[in-house]
Design a protein around this ligand. Structure first.
Ligand code: GYE
Length: 343
């Protein structure tokens, strides 16, 4: 087992050096494939983990990558092979296949969307490599195709947003007869966070006849797309009361679009802003009153993933899902979290 690992690690080392040289000589295609330092001396006891991150579309994603890289270090006994799929499922499938052929000990991956993973997960299972899903989920019938999942309860996050709006409307004495016109900026279609937050919010919205969802549009979890779709929505509707934006990055773009259209947002503005993630930059905007509420989604998943792998290594029982705790931030409670926020 030990010498097997040593062989694998040295093969990987050679591959990494080759890849680095390849990149240094002008290849940009693979520039983020490997972030390990290939020249580093590798301990043969290290647990080799292939991590396929879905992209770098948001502050949340950057924090999530950093959290996993911080946890799966050499000091903690891991050798991490990192791949950034740039929001493309085909890149993730390629990365997973390459991890299988490198015979890594574990595959960690954050699936960009839920469908279409059966074949590659079966290949990993047949190769005897445990797969740990991080953040998003896969939609498959055979749950034995992955070992466990570490993430957050996205549907609950959507419900929290809806419940906050219910209370807000009550506090502002908006009666049930008065229409509340809502637009929803959705994340990547088919991603667990888009599906869960949509179902969660709509479950609460369905209870209110006067909540009028004008449109739900794809903003792809990015600031640029968030701004673009918000500009279109503002041209189309002059009666928007609430924007539900399924991540902070889209919220930044939406706020820019709204302000450029000479409209106002937030606690003292015309348009109520509901956001998700609670990155530091967004929490500052909650503090300033530009975002009314930010539903936290916790990207700090690295330690839990490291813990789960260690448990498997020690032959301990593990759960099929680990759900990370999260909070809701408004102007009332945000100050106490601002200083300690790491992302
Ligand atoms: O909210 C968003 C990111 O899947 C929870 O993906 C994640 C989401 C997160 O791009 O910012």
């Amino acid at each position: 087992m030990k010498s097997d690992r040593t062989n694998r690690v040295s093969i990987i080392n050679v591959l990494l050096i080759g890849l680095l040289l390849f990149c240094l000589t002008g290849c940009s295609m693979f520039s983020s494939v490997v972030e390990e330092d290939p020249s580093a001396e590798i301990d043969s006891d290290l647990v080799v983990v292939g991590f396929s991150q879905l992209g770098s579309e948001s502050l949340w994603r950057t924090a999530n990558t950093a959290s996993i890289q911080r946890a799966l270090t050499k000091e903690n006994g891991f050798f991490l092979v990192f791949n950034n799929a740039r929001q493309k499922q085909e890149n993730q499938i390629k990365a997973i296949r390459s991890f299988i052929s490198q015979r890594v000990d574990y595959i960690v991956f954050s699936p960009v969307t839920e469908d279409g993973w059966e074949t590659v997960l079966l290949e990993a299972k047949e190769a005897g490599i445990p797969v740990i899903l991080a953040d998003r989920m896969v939609n498959i019938e055979d749950e034995s195709l992955y070992t466990t999942w570490v993430g957050t309860d996205m549907q609950e996050e959507g419900e929290k947003a809806g419940r906050w709006l219910e209370e807000y409307m009550q506090a502002h004495q908006r009666t049930d007869e008065e229409d509340v016109n809502i637009v929803v900026l959705q994340g990547t279609p088919g991603a667990t966070s888009q599906i869960g937050r949509t179902i969660g919010f709509n479950t609460i919205a369905d209870r209110h006849e006067n909540w009028n969802i004008l449109e739900q549009v794809n903003g792809d979890f990015t600031t640029a797309k968030g701004k673009e779709v918000m500009q279109l929505l503002l041209k189309k509707y002059d009666n928007i009361d609430v924007v539900v934006s399924q991540n902070d990055d889209m919220t930044f773009g939406a706020i820019e679009a709204i302000q450029e259209a000479s409209r106002t947002v937030g606690v003292n503005g015309e348009i109520t802003m509901i956001s998700f993630d609670a990155a530091h930059e967004a929490l500052e905007m909650v503090d300033q009153g530009l975002i009314n509420v930010d539903i936290e989604c916790n990207p700090e998943q690295g330690d839990k993933i490291a813990e789960v792998i260690s448990k498997i290594e020690h032959g301990e029982e593990i759960e099929k899902a680990y759900v990370i705790e999260e909070n809701v931030f408004t102007q009332k409670n945000v100050k106490e979290y601002l200083d300690t926020r790491t992302y």
